[in-house]
Design a protein around this ligand. Sequence first.
Ligand SMILES: [Zn+2]
Ligand SMILES: [Zn+2]
Length: 225
Amino acid sequence: MPSGIYKRIIGVNCVLPSQGFQKGHKVLPKWGFQKGHKLSCGKNNSMYGKKLSKEHKRKIGESGIGRIVSKKTREKIRQSHLGKKLPPFTKKHKEKLRQSHLGRSWGHHTRESKEKIRQSRLGEKHWRWNPNRELLKRNLRNDPEYKQWVRKVKLRDKQTCLINDENCKGYNIVHHIFPWRKYPKLRYELTNGITLCQAHHRQVHKTRAEEERFKKLFSYLVNQK
Ligand SMILES: [Zn+2]
Ligand SMILES: [Zn+2]
C-alpha cells in the first residue's frame, strides 16, 4: 500500500467526529496509526484512491482550521465508524455511541427529565403517569359517593386546612389519611378524610416517610373534631 495515499486519507477522511480538521490535513490523529486496525481508512474506505468531490472540498474549506466538521460530514464519519472498534475511543465518544444505539425513544431522556419521572412516581403523583390510574382517579372524582365524602369532610373542617399555619397556601383538598388504593374500606370514612391546603398537601406527599409521619398527626386532628 503506498504510504503517501495512506497519510492523505488518514489525515483528511479519518478525523474523529470530536476532532476538528488539523492544519494542512497532514497531521495524523493523536492516537496515530496502528498496523492492521480495522478503521475505514485504506481499502475499505469509499474515498480510497478517489479524489475529493467539489462539495467535500468546499466543506473542508468552510470548516476552516481547527473548526469542527459540518454535521452532515460528521454523521457520515460516525456511520462509517459504527460497529468498528477504534482503539482510542474516549469515554465521551463511547457514551455518544451508546446513546445513538439506544434509539430516540429513550435517548432523549436527559438526566434531568429522568429525575422528573422519578419524582412523578412518588405517592399519588404517580397516577399522572399511568393512563389506567388516571382513569381510575377520574372515575373516583366523578363518583357521587366520593363527592359527598369530600363535601362532608370539608364541612366538618369548616373549609380550612387543619394544619392551619402561616405556610398555608392555595385551594383546599380533601386528603385520604390512609391511602385510597391501599385501604378500600376506608375510602368514604369521614375519619379518613382531612382538609388540607395545596401547600400542605404537597408536603404530605413529598416522600413515603412524610406520608407515614403525617398519618398519626392527621388521625389525631380528625378525632378532635
Ligand atoms: Zn395548610
Ligand atoms: Zn393526598
